[in-house]
Design a protein around this ligand. Structure first.
Ligand SMILES: Nc1ncnc2c1ncn2[C@@H]1O[C@H](COP(=O)(O)OP(=O)(O)O)[C@@H](O)[C@H]1O
Ligand SMILES: [Mg+2]
Length: 279
């Protein structure tokens, strides 16, 4: 976002106060000289879901020209929600997820019933802000089949069981800066919606996580085996009320800096440390 998302301006202010010259730049700006930057940190690049290939090409160029955080490898891995299956394979509790590959023919009723799911969510595999998220319920498969027939020719989709805890309790987002937990927020959907995003009318409040939630989130961070400057883990409750990962975000998560001065300070320290290392 050219002027940065409002919450990230807390970070920009703090960086400048720390004597670091920080400017928002736009990834697809053809005039930007990436080698002129000492460090490039991805923030509100919320348009990449419409052209992931271009974004990944940019990330490769940026990584070759400057210090890029989080890493190019993590960016590539984390911009397709198929990463949830990798986390599950590494024993991180996640929302059960099936990747439906672009170009295949999928009968949604059979795909759901095969897994014992009567109530499901379909959504784009490359997504932010609930892109192409749709719920199908009570055996009313026709709208979901039409949704899939329209989108699957062009892009990968995810199939998940619908988790009723989401409209009831929302999601808990745990923020980690430099691998350390700093704060968590509860995101709740507006009445009548199942998408928690504030751009769909949802609300956000600070909340302290319990040990079980912290443990699942830490396992997600540990599973990639790579350091992160920033990470966010979104947790929901599964059918047996256990916390599971809905998203692990290391590309462009909102970090809710407005709720935590500690997160801002830790981030500034993380930037300072990276500026002092060799490329
Ligand atoms: N399996 C699910 N059960 C219930 N709600 C879901 C499910 N999957 C997604 N949602 C709702 O849709 C929103 C968007 O899905 P999510 O996977 O978080 O993608 P993104 O936020 O990147 O668009 C979630 O925040 C949640 O509110
Ligand atoms: Mg989400």
């Amino acid at each position: 976002m050219p002027g940065l998302y409002s919450d990230d301006r807390h970070l920009l202010e703090a960086l400048r106060q720390a004597g670091i010259s920080a400017e928002p730049v736009v990834w697809e700006d053809p005039h930007q000289d990436w080698a002129a930057l000492d460090l490039c940190v991805v923030r509100s690049a919320w348009d990449y879901c419409w052209r992931r290939g271009e974004f990944l090409n940019w990330a490769a160029r940026a990584a070759a020209s400057t210090r890029l955080w989080n890493s190019q490898r993590l960016i590539e891995w984390n911009t397709h929600k198929g990463y949830l299956c990798d986390l599950a394979r590494r024993n991180v509790p996640t929302v059960p997820t099936e990747v439906l590959r672009a170009g295949r023919q999928v009968a949604i009723r059979a795909a759901a019933e095969e897994r014992g799911w009567r109530d499901i969510v379909l959504k784009a595999a490359v997504a932010q802000s609930g892109r192409y998220a749709m719920r199908a319920t009570n055996g009313d498969w026709a709208p979901a089949q039409a949704h899939l027939d329209r989108l699957l020719p062009y892009e990968d989709m995810l199939l998940q069981p619908f988790l009723p805890s989401v409209p009831e309790a929302g999601e808990l987002s745990l923020i980690f800066i430099e691998g350390e937990f700093t704060h968590a927020v509860r995101k709740r959907a507006a009445a009548g919606d199942f998408r928690v995003h504030d751009d769909h009318g949802g609300s956000v409040t600070l909340e302290a996580p319990n040990e079980a939630q912290l443990d699942v989130a830490r396992r997600a961070l540990a599973a990639t085996g790579e350091p992160t400057l920033y990470a966010r883990v979104d947790l929901v409750l599964d059918a047996s009320d256990a916390p599971v990962v809905m998203e692990y975000e290391v590309v462009e998560p909102e970090l809710f800096f407005r709720f935590s001065e500690e997160a801002v300070e830790r981030f500034v320290e993380g930037v300072r440390k990276r500026l002092g290392t060799s490329r």
